[in-house]
Write a protein that binds this ligand. Structure first.
Ligand SMILES: Nc1ncnc2c1ncn2[C@@H]1O[C@H](COP(=O)(O)OP(=O)(O)O)[C@@H](O)[C@H]1O
Ligand SMILES: O=C(OP(=O)(O)O)[C@H](O)COP(=O)(O)O
Ligand SMILES: [Mg+2]
Length: 397
């Protein structure tokens, strides 16, 4: 990477403002998967061991620019205390008096975690005054939030307008190095698998992916916008109405470009969005009114698995179903298993995304694939061949 990293700066005695991606799954104040926190520890420990005062900031969920206490980072501060050998303070706001007084209280070698930056509309809006207020906390900026680096938001990119040098953390550097090496010149066939729930964000990347890959498999919550475009019944399944037209165009473009485009041929549908709900397997034209699709079906798992096992490079983002509910995790587990088998046979397999990383861990296969990335949207943007705003904003070497 041609950007400065933490190794290029002296942090001793300095306030270091570090953007991390602590957007982790939390249930009843308990952190369900702390992978993203652990992955940031090399940068965190480096700063405190070198005698810097570390000010961490992150988002959690999508509170929409308003305070939402259910999306507080306080449980993350509590968890971080169990992972580091330093005092961790929590500031109830990321700017203003509250933040300043907690930061003043902390000493060199200690850590302050600021409250969710998305409680302020200026974060997503990348507003000048909000960027300025964040930048006033420190003398140096570090981005280690690979999973958020596709967002041109204040705490990821905007803050660098006022705070230089702006350097890469070790996780960001590692992620970019791995992805550059594996997907810039991929062995073929190159297969991309897209699923998950962030349909409106991630459907947009497909157009550019058509230039890069041989096959695109769509599963998970991404499926039913395409089903709607094919005029198949979708019941109460996740559909992004505004993207139905785009879904049709993408299927046509895939055809023109000779990219194989694969959708599930069956789904598991459920009466309610809960694990114990009544559920059954139906064919692609069988989704009934008042039912919702919650997983790909068994035929799809086999078909997807066969494509994956014939690939030389596989990039997967987004679970195939609501894997957090054990009854709807089969499709995701089958795809994870196929990735593991492809890896065993010599393929390069990359799985990315906060939730996808949790899913592969849940399947016990995180060591059986080539690389588990902390970013879903971010790794897709990289795969598209675009520059990530959170990387572009950093200081050149
Ligand atoms: N058919 C579906 N309907 C609703 N949600 C789904 C469906 N399939 C997968 N999901 C959800 O998608 C979420 C993850 O999506 P996303 O954040 O885009 O993936 P990642 O974090 O891996 O990038 C999971 O919480 C999962 O429950
Ligand atoms: O979880 C994240 O991305 P992912 O679900 O694509 O892995 C990142 O924290 C970005 O979150 P956002 O999609 O709300 O900007
Ligand atoms: Mg996610």
């Amino acid at each position: 990477m041609d950007k400065m990293t933490l190794n290029d700066v002296d942090v001793e005695g300095k306030n270091v403002l570090m953007r991390v991606d602590f957007n982790v799954p939390i249930e009843n104040r308990k952190i369900e998967d702390d992978n993203r926190i652990k992955q940031a520890l090399p940068s965190i420990n480096h700063v405190i061991e070198q005698g810097g005062k570390l000010i961490l900031m992150s988002h959690l969920g999508r509170p929409g620019g308003e305070v939402d206490k259910t999306l507080s980072l306080k449980p993350v501060a509590e968890h971080l205390r169990t992972l580091v050998d330093a005092t961790v303070y929590f500031a109830e706001d990321c700017i203003g008096e509250e933040a300043s007084s907690v930061i003043d209280q902390a000493e060199a070698g200690e850590i302050v975690l600021l409250e969710n930056v998305r409680f302020h509309p200026g974060e997503k809006g990348n507003d000048e005054s909000f960027c300025k207020k964040l930048s006033d906390h420190a003398e140096l900026f570090c981005n280690d939030a690979f999973g958020s680096s596709h967002r041109a938001h204040a705490s990821v990119a905007g803050v660098t307008r006022y705070l230089q040098p702006a350097v890469s953390g070790f996780l960001l550097e590692k992620e970019i190095r791995y992805l550059s090496g594996s997907v810039n010149n991929p062995d073929r066939p190159f297969v991309a698998i897209l699923g998950g729930a962030k349909v409106s964000d991630k459907i947009d990347v497909i157009e550019n992916l058509l230039e890069k890959v041989d096959t695109i498999i769509v599963g998970g919550g991404m499926t039913y916008t395409f089903y709607k475009a094919k005029e198949l019944p979708v019941g109460d399944s996740l559909v992004e109405e505004e993207k139905v037209g785009l879904a049709s165009e993408l299927m046509e473009k895939a055809d023109e470009k000779n990219v194989t485009f694969v959708l599930p041929m069956d789904s598991v549908i459920a009466k309610e969005f809960k694990n114990e709900a009544e559920h059954k397997v139906v064919e692609e034209d069988g989704i009934e009114d008042d039912w919702m699709a919650v997983d790909i079906g068994p035929q799809s798992s086999i078909a997807f698995g066969n494509i994956i096992k014939n690939a030389q490079t596989v990039a997967w983002n987004g679970p195939m179903g609501v894997f957090e509910m054990p009854n709807f995790a089969d499709g995701t587990n089958a795809v994870a298993q196929a990735l593991a088998e492809a890896t065993e046979m010599g393929a390069t397999t990359i799985i990315g995304g906060g939730d996808s990383a949790s899913a592969i861990k849940q399947a016990g296969l995180e060591d059986a694939v080539s690389h588990v990335s902390t970013g879903g949207g971010a790794s897709l943007m990289f795969l598209e061949g675009k520059e990530l705003p959170g990387v572009v904003a950093l200081t050149d070497k």
